[in-house]
Design a protein around this ligand. Structure first.
Ligand code: AHR
Length: 331
């Protein structure tokens, strides 16, 4: 049973200006529509932004899945800002949507706005990224990857790759955007694995590249200026790794040979660089969360119970595996 609420028309009028303020420009579904007067499930979704190939694929998956399910999607792009997501969530509450889903820009600072959604009896689903609130009643379910495990897989590949060498192995790290769950967790998982051999594996520089190609390139340039002994780059996503490859090549070095590169995501551009020998290993993080999100949204809107944690299935890719997988890669 969908939640249908009075005042939908007034809310629709308010929504137009509220969402415009949040940078709502992607609008699959009817971003300017009302609260599901035609009986369709209305899903308000606040996306992080458009910082990476992964994010673009994730947005597409959610928009296409909502259309296939016949839901009305109110999509808002937060442009990387938590304040925009909070505004969007408040706007969804005002519009009395049936379900709110969002991928949190950062982990902390969500309790107040999620309490408002709870008080309005609108179920919330976290997608892709977790929040660090101790109050798990604030959301129905969290669907996404295990980012700590992704970091561990990156570390395990590195340990295996250098098992016959004594080291030291000098590593530089490009972190994701500060405070975001994948940045915190991928760093932690990797650090935990290499900590077993502290004299061998040394992280000599670690800085944010904001999950973007541009920042990845710029930060790698500064790493290369201050260190002439870099053996390995660990980038928390493909886009930063791809930017760094440009910086490495501009410095007259061969990515994948002079500097070994590990990234996370496995989007098409990353997989192509892996197959070309410019990246050495990629840990997959699937952006195709749309179909499962729609199922969860329908269940919670119907008042059904769902798993608190829905884990995404993922693998890893070597250069040979990338060559095989590339022709069928969907994103
Ligand atoms: O939250 C998922 C991460 O966010 C992706 O790995 C990264 O590319 C994106 O920006």
């Amino acid at each position: 049973m969908l939640r249908k609420r009075a005042g939908a028309l007034l809310a629709a009028a308010l929504m137009v200006s509220a969402l415009a303020a949040c940078g709502d420009d992607e609008g699959s579904g009817s971003a300017g529509g009302g609260g599901g007067g035609d009986g369709k499930l209305v899903l308000g979704f606040s996306q992080v932004g458009a910082e990476s190939g992964w994010r673009t694929a994730n947005t597409k998956s959610i928009q296409e899945s909502a259309a296939e399910a016949g839901y009305e999607l109110k999509f808002s792009d937060a442009q990387g800002k938590q304040e925009n997501q909070i505004k969007a969530i408040r706007s969804f509450i005002t519009q009395r949507v049936d379900v709110i889903a969002f991928s949190p820009v950062v982990e902390s600072g969500w309790d107040t706005v999620l309490k408002e959604a709870q008080d309005a009896e609108i179920p919330v689903i976290l997608t892709d990224r977790a929040i660090d609130s101790p109050d798990e009643s604030l959301y129905e379910s969290f669907i996404g990857s295990d980012f700590v495990l992704e970091g561990k897989k990156a570390g395990e590949w590195l340990v295996e790759e250098y098992k016959d060498e004594t080291g030291p192995v000098n590593i530089v790290e490009l972190q994701g955007s500060p405070g975001a769950a994948p940045a915190n967790d991928r760093k932690a998982g990797f650090a935990e694995v290499i900590a077993a051999e502290p004299e061998k594996f040394k992280v000599i520089a670690s800085q944010t590249g904001q999950f973007t190609r541009t920042d990845g390139k710029q930060v790698m340039e500064t790493f290369l200026k201050s260190h002439d002994d870099i053996d390995v780059l660990y980038a928390h996503n493909d886009d930063m790794g791809l930017g760094a490859i440009e910086a490495i090549e501009a410095a007259g070095l061969k990515p994948g040979e002079d500097i070994k590169i590990i990234t996370v995501d496995a989007v098409k551009d990353g997989m192509t660089a892996l197959a070309d020998g410019k990246i050495n290993f990629i840990v997959e993080c699937s952006p195709l969360l749309g179909p499962q999100l729609m199922e969860l949204a329908q269940t919670v809107a119907d008042g059904g119970s769902v798993e608190k944690r829905v884990l995404t299935e993922e693998t890893t890719f070597t250069q040979e595996q990338a060559k095989e997988a590339l022709p069928d890669r969907k994103y």
